[in-house]
Structures are given as C-alpha cells and as structure tokens.
Design a binder for this molecule. Structure first.
Ligand SMILES: [Zn+2]
Length: 65
C-alpha cells in the first residue's frame, strides 16, 4: 500500500489536518481520510477555458530606472 498523504490539506469531514491521503490503488484515484470516513474523488486539473473570448493580453512594461 502506497499512501500519499497530502501535506497541509484539511479534511472537510473531521477537520483534521494532514489526515488526507490519495489512494492510488483505486480505479479512480480517491482522496480519503484516515480519521473519518471522508472519501472524495481526486480533484482534477482545472481545464483551460476554451470558451473565453476575453483573452487577457499581457502588456510588457519595461521598467525605467
Ligand atoms: Zn476526516
């Protein structure tokens, strides 16, 4: 069993810190808590906003010293 604990994460179920770990053996990686029965799907990566028409244009401003 290779549990990967999530440092600094707080369990929404019992409020314990550092009690959440990722269960890699599950078909779908799940976040579980060792202190309570909390279990949830691993948060997926945020998808890029493909529907954004308002692209942020970064303007390069050279600093004049
Ligand atoms: Zn918990």
């Amino acid at each position: 069993m290779n549990r990967r604990f999530i440092a600094g994460a707080r369990c929404p179920g019992c409020g314990q810190f550092d009690s959440l770990f990722i269960e890699p053996q599950a078909p779908q990686e799940r976040v579980q808590c060792i202190d309570c029965d909390y279990s949830n799907e691993k948060p997926s990566e945020p998808e890029p906003d493909v529907n954004s028409d308002n692209a942020v244009v970064l303007q390069f401003k050279p600093t004049t010293t």
